[in-house]
Design a protein around this ligand. Structure first.
Ligand code: MF3
Ligand code: CO
Ligand code: CO
Length: 277
């Protein structure tokens, strides 16, 4: 597989898919409360995606090499779950933190985004982890421009995370995205400046750091999908789909209720898309 560069039609398609993914995350927010099950969230997401957005849930039956087909429409990763948690019938409880990761396909284009949600009041440690992981994602996004190196993104995320005592999961990374869910290149969330491939205008990639309060090591559960921290420490993740532009970046997975862009990202974001020169 090779890197794909989007022409103006492709960029238009990616903008729409990205916005719909963000709108799905907006929609789900109201339901994340103690007592709801992740299967109920999955059902709400599938219905909204197909009936309101007129789109397709990319995770459902997704089966990259060697994996058993993913059985649900969204990923729901709670507390020490790092990513790819499979929705089930267990109710959420007060104090949980949950990542909901959605990917929609609209007119053949993919939009991929995830956010952290807090179930009722959560601990100060959990809030801090969610906020720092959000900021780490934006530190990575801010590196994106034509000519920047993938290593610049990884380095920005890693130094920010480790500077706050958090560890960076190594086994899962961001990725190119377009008419395929996962394209080249891999976008590592750790690394050295000026290393790996250079970004070029027209590339669309995801940046989706997973940060742990404890050690970086992870393991896969027997379901073949769910990834958890080996030491059972809390983990968080945020994800945006981003277009590389000649002068900077455009975040494609923003919507009316996207969490506010951090202060350190300049300039202030317009409502639906953020373009930085
Ligand atoms: N959405 C995830 C990502 O950000 C991938 C999930 S694959 C699935 O790349 F099959 F678990 F849905
Ligand atoms: Co992704
Ligand atoms: Co995702």
């Amino acid at each position: 597989m090779t890197i794909t560069y989007k022409d103006p039609d492709g960029i238009a398609g990616m903008r729409i898919a990205g916005r719909l993914a963000a709108e799905l995350l907006d929609y789900l927010a109201q339901f994340v409360k103690p007592g709801i099950t992740t299967n109920e969230l999955d059902r709400l997401a599938e219905d909204y995606t197909t009936q309101v957005l007129g789109a397709i849930s990319a995770p459902l039956n997704y089966a990259p090499g060697g994996h058993t087909p993913y059985p649900k429409s969204i990923c729901t990763s709670i507390n020490h779950q790092v990513c790819h948690g499979i929705p089930n019938d267990k109710p959420l409880k007060k104090g949980d933190i949950i990542n909901i990761d959605v990917t929609v396909i609209k007119n053949g284009w993919h939009g991929d985004s995830s956010r952290m949600y807090q179930v009722g009041e959560v601990s100060i440690a959990a809030k801090r982890l969610c906020k720092l992981t959000f900021d780490a994602m934006w530190k990575g996004i801010m590196q994106v421009r034509d000519g920047a190196y993938l290593g610049d993104i990884g380095h920005a995320i890693q130094t920010f995370a480790e500077g706050h005592g958090l560890s960076v999961v190594r086994e899962y990374c961001g990725h190119g995205i377009g008419q395929k869910f996962h394209e080249e290149p891999q976008v590592l969330h750790y690394g050295k400046p000026g290393t790996l491939e250079q970004l070029k205008a027209g590339m669309t990639i995801t940046i989706e750091p997973m940060l742990n309060v404890g050690r970086k090591e992870i393991k896969e559960l027997g379901d073949g999908w769910t990834i958890v921290t080996k030491d059972h420490s809390l983990s968080a993740q945020w994800e945006h789909t981003v277009l590389v532009t000649p002068t900077g970046y455009e975040v494609l997975t923003l919507s009316a209720n996207s969490p506010a862009v951090p202060e350190f990202v300049k300039p202030a974001a317009p409502a639906m898309s953020l373009t930085v020169a």
